[in-house]
Design a protein around this ligand. Structure first.
Ligand SMILES: [Zn+2]
Ligand SMILES: [Zn+2]
Length: 261
């Protein structure tokens, strides 16, 4: 399994892209920034997008991925151009109602026609696995102000977890501890410690917050933990606060990271 970081920040600034991870060239975990990070040909390789939740920083590029495929598709290439969006039923309904609704953006589930839309919305259920292009994916509910799932990925007997946006949470750590061959975790760490209250009310974590959560992880120190969703303007202070935790194999992701599992 290969996980390419397209964007890993909780804010969009020049040089800092929003959350999006590309798995094996064809599966996207969240859609904050693929059209900023990938060539058109690379974008055409995407077959599936797993959406953790409907906050704009995780869905916005669904709009532009779909738009970028429309000309190619309408121009005659009809092969495998559909992108299937996988999310909780309430999240798919939310996107259909408020985002791909013909007002904010065209409803690409109906373009070029309803039977064969560029986008297809597919519901999943928490802790019910499904397989996409050889990767077994299990959504796991986490702690965020809107319905949100992290994802357990499993391919070739190796597992990887992406928590998605979350405050302190339990279930995903139970599942992490139960994996036979877990190779890494991508974990929310959004704000510096001084903004703990903001983290609490917005369903995110600070370095102090992750210190609490990492105590639930039985393989801490041997399995790498990668942090994402940092606010770009607070990277310096967060770097110091994370170093002060003094946990081996704990570090912030960067946009040049490519994780080979
Ligand atoms: Zn969020
Ligand atoms: Zn977010």
């Amino acid at each position: 399994m290969r996980i390419k970081v397209l964007g890993c920040y909780g804010g969009q600034l020049l040089g800092f892209r929003l959350t999006s991870f590309l798995v094996n060239d064809s599966i996207l975990l969240d859609a904050g920034s693929p059209t900023e990070a990938l060539t058109l040909e690379e974008q055409h390789g995407i077959r599936h997008i797993c959406i953790s939740h409907t906050h704009l920083d995780h869905i916005k590029d669904i709009a532009f991925i779909a738009d970028n495929r429309s000309l190619k598709r309408l121009g005659g290439n009809q092969n495998n151009r559909t992108v299937t969006i996988h999310s909780l039923p309430e999240n798919n309904q939310m996107m259909k109602k408020h985002f791909l609704n013909g007002d904010i953006w065209p409803d690409f589930t109906l373009i070029p026609n309803e039977q064969d839309g560029i986008l297809k919305l597919q519901d999943f259920k928490p802790e019910v696995s499904f397989v996409l292009d050889g990767v077994r994916i299990t959504p796991i509910e986490v702690n965020h102000p809107v319905p949100c799932t992290g994802f357990l990925l499993d391919q070739d007997g190796k597992q990887f977890i992406y928590t998605a946006d979350t405050g302190n949470t339990d279930r995903i750590w139970e599942i992490a501890n139960a994996q036979p061959n877990l190779k890494g975790i991508i974990l929310d760490c959004s704000f510096p410690n001084a903004y703990q209250h903001l983290a609490d009310i917005s369903g995110h974590m600070t370095p102090n917050g992750i210190r609490t959560d990492l105590q639930k992880f039985e393989r801490l120190g041997s399995v790498p933990v990668y942090l994402y969703h940092m606010k770009p303007e607070s990277l310096d202070i967060m770097t110091a606060e994370i170093e002060a935790l003094d946990v081996p194999h704990l570090r912030m992701l960067t946009q040049v990271d490519e994780l080979l599992i």
